[in-house]
Design a protein around this ligand. Structure first.
Ligand code: AHR
Length: 500
């Protein structure tokens, strides 16, 4: 029997809504087909955006969306994606599948998508192959409210009002696809480029994201911070608001990756173990950040995370299309619990990617759309957005799994929202054993508002276009005894409780 002790009188931080963000790249069928089908499509759409997809994303309360990449961002030239669609350049998407990119989804369409979803905007600029002038003019085009060449061009293209950029990435993965730079070289470029990412509306400052490390490249974090902060003002705001981190779970390693749907017990535990590695990454990159930024002015933005398997047989390998099983539900549950617990530093995160790519929350085929197990977990966890993290401590769990890939049997996080409702989320990492859990409070609670679960009969269950309801969010039983909650957390399940 495991016990979770919650001190409802002790707040341990605030969970920013942006920790539940998403990422959409011009990659495979994410933007085209998955989100944008064009105004003339037979698929129901509003201004070209699929209605079914937008509705599902609104239900998820997506707080922020990152675009246009990824690797694509450092080859994206924004002028190709504005103006009359018939005149926009057609080109090859060299990074992803060698298909034609017709630029019919550009800046105006992205802003329209965010308007429909009701989320903040995170634009990733091109530092790798673009100029300072190009980046600076894109920001002017999007946000300047007055007479200027770029604001006039925006008006000519049908949008006199400026938009708001909430977050702006100054390059992406510049240690790799974004220019193969050394940390010192990138850091100097960052200093220069960010200077010209101007906030024109002082009431709506653009928060700048500096390119952080790939996985456990601590040298990158150290090198970038050392150079960026040399002789810079003590206050990071306006200079650097976030440092990013990218980490993907590949059960069989980067080269082999492994199947999304066919795996054994070892494959299950390898994946759980690798998902938990996120905790160490945040702790160690965070410790380096603490030295340069002890007041934690700079947030860590884990703006690419999730599973990355061998793509589905028969699909374009450059499209990164994969299925999503109960195992992915667990990756999401584990990772989001980790982010919540590190909310003092992790202030933004974007799941990769939103539709039809990697650990997507939605899959589409023609006019059909299904929600993945990951969608349902993110839906349950939406209550953590903008809530206060509460101090919590699990006892009575045990290490489980094969010797080299052991993991704790349960992970959890607890928060309280502005209405005083406490959300507890628990993931059972076992492939074979249910767990009885007691949730105790300093004073006790009096009411269970809701208990929900995401799981499947098998650990590799997933939804298909024939059966989209195999793994869904369901009601689950929990009872109250002397102010404590008793709940059974079945094997390979993620459970959410709402308590008052
Ligand atoms: O999400 C797919 C790719 O993974 C992104 O384009 C890149 O940033 C990362 O390497």
């Amino acid at each position: 029997m495991a016990t979770l002790f919650v001190n409802e009188h002790q707040t341990a931080g605030h969970i920013e809504p942006e920790v539940y963000g998403h990422f959409s790249e011009h990659l495979g069928r994410c933007i085209y087909e998955g989100i944008y089908v064009g105004e003339d499509s037979d698929i129901p759409n509003e201004n070209g955006m699929r209605k079914d997809v937008v509705e599902a994303l609104r239900e998820l309360q997506v707080p922020v969306l990152r675009w246009p990449g990824g690797c694509f961002a450092d080859e994206y030239h924004w002028r190709d994606g504005i103006g009359p669609k018939a005149l926009r350049k057609k080109m090859i998407n060299t990074h992803w599948g060698g298909v034609v990119e017709d630029n019919s989804f550009g800046t105006h369409e992205f802003m329209e998508l965010c308007r429909q979803i009701g989320c903040k905007t995170y634009i990733n600029g091109n530092l790798g192959s673009g100029t300072v002038q190009e980046m600076s003019e894109w920001v002017e085009y999007m946000t300047f409210n007055g007479v200027s060449p770029q604001a006039d061009l925006r008006a000519k293209n049908g949008h006199p009002e400026p938009w708001k950029i909430d977050f702006f990435g100054v390059g992406n993965e510049n240690w790799g696809c974004g220019g193969n730079m050394t940390p010192e070289f990138y850091a100097n470029e960052y200093r220069r480029y960010q200077t010209y990412v101007r906030t024109y509306d002082k009431k709506a400052p653009i928060q700048k994201v500096c390119c952080g490390a790939n996985v456990d490249d601590y040298e990158w974090t150290e090198g970038v911070l050392k150079t960026t902060f040399r002789h810079m003002p003590e206050h990071a705001h306006g200079f650097m608001d976030f440092l990013s981190l990218h980490y993907y779970v590949h059960p069989e390693g980067w080269r082999r990756k492994g199947s999304a749907t066919k795996f054994d017990r070892t494959g299950w535990y390898k994946t759980m173990n690798k998902a938990l590695f996120m905790d160490e990454l945040i702790t160690r990159h965070g410790a380096i950040m603490d030295r340069f930024d002890p007041d934690k002015q700079i947030g860590l933005s884990v703006d690419e995370w999730g599973s990355w398997y061998t793509c589905e047989p028969g699909t374009n390998p450059g499209f990164l299309y994969q299925q999503n099983t109960v195992r992915d539900a667990l990756i999401a549950g584990i990772t989001l619990n980790i982010f919540n617990k590190h909310c003092d530093r992790v202030r933004m995160a974007c799941l990769a990617q939103m539709v039809n790519v990697l650990q997507a929350v939605l899959l589409t085929e023609g006019d059909q759309m299904i929600k993945t197990p990951t969608y349902h977990v993110m839906h349950m966890y939406r209550h953590h957005q903008n809530a206060d993290l509460l101090t919590s401590n699990l006892t009575g769990t045990k290490p489980i799994g094969p010797k080299d890939w052991q993991v704790p049997s349960l992970t959890e996080s607890v928060s309280r929202d502005k209405d005083g409702v406490v959300t507890v989320t628990v993931a059972n990492l076992s492939d074979e054993e249910d767990q009885d859990l007691t949730v105790r409070f300093a004073e006790g609670i009096s009411h269970i508002e809701e208990c929900r679960i995401v799981t499947g009969e098998g650990m590799a269950d997933y939804n298909t276009f024939e059966d989209g309801e195999k793994v869904v969010e369901k009601d689950h039983e929990a009872c109250l005894k002397d102010g404590a909650v008793q709940v059974n957390v079945p094997k390979h399940a993620v459970v959410m409780l709402r308590l008052k």
